[in-house]
Design a protein around this ligand. Structure first.
Ligand SMILES: [Fe+2]
Ligand SMILES: [Fe+2]
Length: 136
């Protein structure tokens, strides 16, 4: 796992508000990584984990509202991808609350990979469509 999980210009979806939310997600993943390495234990990691989950849900609904507003034709598939991730994260959170194993480490690795690949494929597909409608 990379200690530095940085947002890069190649991750841009060409919509400033969405780029900013993605950057915040990267920050939260890094914060979670630091919390896990700090030796503060489960309470601190748990707090960051919950904020990360909340912000992920917030981002997904903001992104879906934007696509909906502009009648983006690929919204149903995009929404399904968000739902699949949310379901997985909710399952992880249940395991974390139950205190089983290195759930946070697993979740973080999973989130890093997922974030990178989702942004660079599914999210970047809306760039041209939204830009053409004057959304930047
Ligand atoms: Fe998305
Ligand atoms: Fe996104």
């Amino acid at each position: 796992m990379n200690a530095l999980f940085q947002w890069k210009p190649s991750y841009s979806v060409k919509v400033v508000a969405m780029d900013n939310q993605h950057k915040k997600l990267f920050d939260l993943v890094n914060e979670l990584h630091e919390a896990m390495g700090s030796g503060h234990g489960k309470d601190v990691a748990g707090d960051v984990l919950y904020r990360l989950i909340d912000y992920t849900v917030h981002h997904f609904s903001a992104e879906e509202r934007l696509m909906e507003k502009h009648k983006y034709p690929q919204l149903p598939a995009h929404r399904a991808a968000h739902k699949a991730l949310t379901d997985k994260v909710v399952a992880f959170k249940k395991e974390f609350d139950a205190g089983t194993g290195n759930v946070t480490l697993e979740l973080m690795t999973f989130l890093q990979e997922w974030l990178r690949s989702h942004i660079q494929t599914i999210d970047q597909r809306y760039s041209d469509f939204l830009n053409a409608q004057g959304v930047h």
